[in-house]
Write a protein that binds this ligand. Sequence first.
Ligand code: SF4
Length: 638
Amino acid sequence: MFAFMSRLRDNDIWVIARSIIATMNEPIPNLDAILHQVGKPARYTGGEWNAVVKDWDGTGIKIALCFPDSYEIGMSNMAVPILYDLLNRQADVLAERVFAPWTDMEALMRQNSIPLYSLETKHPLKEFDIIGFSLGYELGYTNVLNMLDLAGIPVFAAERDDNCSLIIAGGSCTLNPEPLADFIDLFVIGDGEEVTKELVDCFRVWQVEGKPGGKTQLLRRLAAISGIYVPSLYHVEYQPGGTIKSITPVDKEVSPVVTRRMVCELPPPVTTTVVPYVEVTHDRGAIEIQRGCSCGCRFCQAGMIYRPVRERSHDEVMQTIEKIINDCGYDEVSLVSLNTSDYSGIHQLVNRIAREYPNLAVSLPSLRLDASAIKLLSFLPTRSKTGLTFAPEAGSVRLRRVINKNVTEENLLETAATAFERGWTTLKLYFMVGLPTETTEDVSDIVRLVEKVFAIGREASRRIPRVRISVATFVPKPHTPFQWVAQEPEASLNAKQEILQKALLHRKNISFSWNDPRTSLLEGALSRGDRRIGRVIYNAWKLGSKFDAWTEHFKFENWQRAFVDAGLTPDFYARRERPLDEVLPWSHIDAGVTTAFLKQEYASAVKGDITEDCRYQACNVCGLQRWQAGCWEKAAGK
Ligand code: SF4
């Protein structure tokens, strides 16, 4: 039933929107007057099923959960519902959602002096005590500034006084928080569940005590909580050549290193997620079956910053499915994890789901590229048989060894054959170009592999298969074995893409997409940037940049100008090889995986040596062994 509601036309939405707004003594006048002028007005109405609306005046702590992109993207994010549920379960706390308004809505809001507001009670953002941003990709940074500005909040932390809300941020991008240090009061680094509670508890005490010492005192107290980074309490010194000399705390009370928070056990899953009115990117129920991955792919930041692996039990997953169906009405669920194939007993679980919910569509993202994946998928009801996606990442065996993607060509071809034989008609393959040590021969190997898959498809399915090829540009990320390497220059990237375009473009039943190297350059500079990048982000935003992750909105010329005006270059951050002893902008953030382990992995990459998955082999001593031992003791002590 509820799934039907998300298919309502704009006009129906408009009728509902008016009725919702009419019932609310909404603090945002004129909203009614503009909603019919924008696309998808339901992005801005709130009132969805399972939305939590609390008594504004009767609730002590007010928290806005902001996602710096559109409603459709934000509502598909896993972190927002977890924090929304966790915070709203506290009697004296209300948490409300705020997404970046699309450009048509923003223009009308600015014209009508309508400040950015929350969906639940339509309160202006600046009336919240705490404003939290979820940061999952760097190209959303200008939206953070734009949302603060649209809310009438000074974008620079240094320009905000004690009456201003506390601006915080979490998410994978905070493993290098420096590029946003000028704008964010504090960063939550790592798993958010436990530290968010500690943050709210600390805020509550400060509030009850009458806010002694203002925000300065509050930030000091919060900085004492493990996993919280307050950039204003650290001083960055630079070498004459522009690299970092040191990042030091302003005094002895402040810890020189901030350690990533990790939960030993995954908290109870969220089952009463807000059901959107408009179709969103991932329009289904989602269950995080495990967090972390230990495959050890050397380009993958998630594999390093979310380890170690923590699983939910089969029973917990089954109970969650039951609740999600009852509470949200979804007829499709996604079993979310970084590497679903490695979840313990995944075949038994999928079989059990198919048996107990024969009509439920199940999506299984991130399957390992081997025949076990096909066996898994064959348990699912036919309508779950949507396109199949695998990520060989590199065309040659040699390069896959460099990136520690332990997949053989036989694996890929056998899996493809099985898939086509079992009735799949479309196969999507992800590759990257610009990987360390990559040659044009390796790139040609991508074409050779695609040709083989296509031929197998024809053979196995006795009809013309569809093969979709997506080739991303490799962007080195902090806290990975490749954090020191230089990103490939545009000219050689273009030459490699030309090899692929020549062979794969305009081919019947083969679709080919690739990244614009300029977007990847920007992503590279923002992800490995230091604190000075803040000025670049500010300049680009002032020049009109926002929604940079959307091709139609990406304005590279703004960023070129922004770097020049800041006296910096993107190449310094993205295309410069770093010596292994250089002080990196994120060196004061301890992700748990040690620098020694990353250097060892980098050396293994250059030699083309594989590091086995510690899930099935011995521990690779990545640095988390002490922390893991602590969890086992905790579990044993229960
Ligand atoms: S400490 Fe060992 S077992 Fe744990 S994630 Fe690291 S390598 Fe794997």
